[in-house]
Write a protein that binds this ligand. Structure first.
Ligand SMILES: [Ca+2]
Length: 347
């Protein structure tokens, strides 16, 4: 009797420990299929957001189907490749914009060109965005291959690629035009853009991602056929990434591309806002209570780039809201996810 009771206790302990292993998928939940569209190379939160996606994939919460870039620098695609390679996923497809915005390489994309002897300091295969597929063609191909209504699309830069996707024509990968393909395959568009509360007392704040490509953001707001959830400027600034984490949580490897990008962009003690990270967290964990949602309505983009929200029953647009408890939870989750080591990091 005693032996059986001991064996049962041991069994329960093992089961409890197993449930704590990273990567375990909670019964009944499928990893969320994610497409990530980024202007990586401008601000550094895009890099942290990509790190968060990799950490979530390592935990079995999502699958990163592909990354598309709206920053028109030849180093943006290679930089995404080096981050994906660092996290042990060098085969994730990367598509880049042609004739897009902000061609300057900025402060940290040059990491993708730096060498140590004959090799890249941070290993990767893609040497120039010119060798990568065009973003819209790649988005069509990846969407067409997914089950209907399954994809979470995360846009954390300009709307160039996704607006062009709406206008894309039927092709070899799908008989559907872009808008119909999106309506069929996409579950939600989680977008970091706009501002939905006054910013430092300014009730007409024109946010950067919108302002850089107003026409395409307006098209996205007017024509995107699925649910859209906006993370406004106010959400990211309410959750600063603690610089202390950059100083203390990334030393598990000598050179860490996320921490190094952060230092090059705006080094500690600066606490960078987590704009793009919040759109990723919502897209992968919409049901975990990290955020509340506004009532449904409609976002319109004005001529100067201001994002106006009007409440409307049955509207497809909502924006993220957050109380103080949620803010604390989001910050803690984002620090843990951003600093989580790659799964197969070699010593
Ligand atoms: Ca961004």
């Amino acid at each position: 009797m005693q032996v059986r009771s001991l064996a049962r206790r041991l069994f329960l302990v093992i089961m409890a420990l197993t449930s704590l292993l990273p990567g375990r998928i909670v019964a009944g939940s499928e990893p969320v299929a994610v497409l990530f569209d980024t202007d990586v190379g401008n601000d550094v939160d895009d890099v942290l957001a990509l790190g968060v996606l990799h950490a979530l994939e390592s935990r079995g919460a999502c699958r990163l189907l592909g990354v598309t870039v709206t920053k028109d620098s030849d180093l943006a695609g290679p930089f995404v490749d080096l981050i994906n390679t660092f996290y042990g996923r060098p085969d994730i497809p990367i598509g880049v914009v042609r004739n897009g915005k902000t061609p300057d390489p900025g402060k940290y994309l040059p990491l993708a060109g730096e060498k140590k002897g004959d090799h890249f300091r941070y290993p990767h295969r893609l040497e120039s965005g010119r060798n990568a597929p065009e973003a819209v063609a790649l988005l069509r191909k990846l969407l067409a291959a997914q089950p209907d209504g399954s994809v979470a699309l995360v846009q954390v830069g300009f709307s160039t690629n996704l607006a062009r996707l709406l206008d894309s024509k039927a092709d070899d990968v799908s008989p559907l035009a872009g808008r119909d393909l999106v309506a069929k395959k996409v579950k939600v568009l989680s977008v970091m853009a706009g501002a939905f509360t006054p910013i430092n007392g300014n009730a007409h704040y024109c946010e950067y991602n919108v302002v850089q490509d107003i026409a395409n953001c307006r098209k996205l707001a007017d024509e995107w056929p699925t649910e859209v959830v906006w993370s406004g400027f106010e959400i990211g600034i309410a959750v600063p990434y603690p610089a202390e984490s950059i100083l203390r949580d990334f030393g598990y490897v000598e050179d860490h591309p996320v921490a190094e990008s952060y230092r090059r962009y705006n080094p500690p003690p600066h606490n960078r806002p987590t704009w793009d990270l919040t759109s990723v967290l919502y897209a992968v964990h919409p049901d975990r209570g990290y955020f509340d949602l506004s009532p449904p309505g409609r976002v319109t983009i004005e001529n100067d780039g201001f994002s106006k929200f009007e409440r409307k029953d049955g509207g497809r647009h909502r924006y993220l809201k957050m109380n103080e408890t949620q803010r604390a939870r989001v910050q803690e989750a984002l620090v843990q996810l951003t600093s989580q080591p790659p799964r197969a990091l070699k010593p």
